[in-house]
Design a protein around this ligand. Structure first.
Ligand code: UDP
Length: 236
């Protein structure tokens, strides 16, 4: 039994680094690919957005003197690199994928189109949406909200390195308590950082629930799809 029929999975670029300080860790990449295959084999339709923070972030670039828009474009290119890596890792274990780009760059990827994406997912192909929203000053969290809403996903699964939403940062505050579920209103009220505000607001206004969980523990994605309560559900 699967809890969600169609998902938008958001993976951060940073977690692709694994134990490295930069770039793509082959072991982490293959772990992710195998976890994704497990839920694909259960018949779940999958769209994926992957960040680029393991390679370049526009905001940090602009702090070092890069033009912000060019820096963001570099960041969007980084998401394409990660998307191609994930597509390749999934292909290596027999899973069909389609990399779509929010900015035209054929033949690297197909220009994003909602209906083509849905058709592909319905036919068992995983769609990897790269370049975030395609515009500067946004993040891949916003890209995930946007694509999740557009493809009519049942949920956005935000795979992170913590196992849910806490009252405070659990890596800094040992007294922090985890929520099993929380409303969008409470997220604002308590100033919790689940995603950036633009992304959170888009999900709230379009009623797309977010499930935050630790994707770095092998098997967790399957647990979430099977309905095990291992993370935090953010809902209306
Ligand atoms: N980016 C952008 N527009 C988008 C999505 C991403 O300009 O719609 C750029 C931005 O510079 C961002 C970088 O791409 O810093 C990488 O994305 P993000 O920081 O979201 O990656 P993550 O933190 O998930 O690794």
């Amino acid at each position: 039994m699967v809890k969600f029929k169609r998902i938008l999975l958001k993976l951060s670029g940073e977690s692709l680094m694994g134990k490295q300080n930069y770039g793509i860790d082959a072991e982490r990449l293959s772990d992710y690919a195998r976890q994704i295959k497990e839920v694909h084999d259960m018949g779940v339709q999958i769209g994926i957005v992957i960040g680029g923070g393991n390679i370049f972030r526009g905001l940090s670039g602009s702090q070092k003197g890069f033009d912000r828009v060019k820096g963001d474009q570099m960041g969007m290119c980084a998401t394409v690199i990660n998307s191609l890596a994930l597509s390749s890792a999934l292909g290596a274990i027999g899973v069909k994928t389609k990399v779509m780009t929010a900015i035209r760059m054929e033949p690297i990827g197909e220009f994003y189109n909602k209906w083509k994406a849905i058709e592909a997912m319905e036919n068992g192909t995983i769609c990897i949406f790269s370049c975030g929203t395609g515009s500067p000053y946004f993040t891949t969290d916003t890209g995930s909200s946007l694509r999740g809403i557009e493809i009519e996903a049942d949920v956005m699964l935000k795979g992170t390195r913590v196992d849910g939403v806490y009252t405070a940062d659990p890596e800094k505050d040992p007294t922090a308590q985890k929520f099993d579920e929380i409303t969008f209103d409470e997220i604002y009220h308590r100033h919790l950082k689940v995603m950036d505000l633009t992304a959170t607001t888009m999900c709230r206004e379009n009623h797309l629930p977010i499930y935050v969980f630790n994707m770095d523990v092998y098997g967790n994605l399957k647990k979430v799809i099977s309905g095990e309560s291992i993370g935090t559900l953010v809902h209306d």
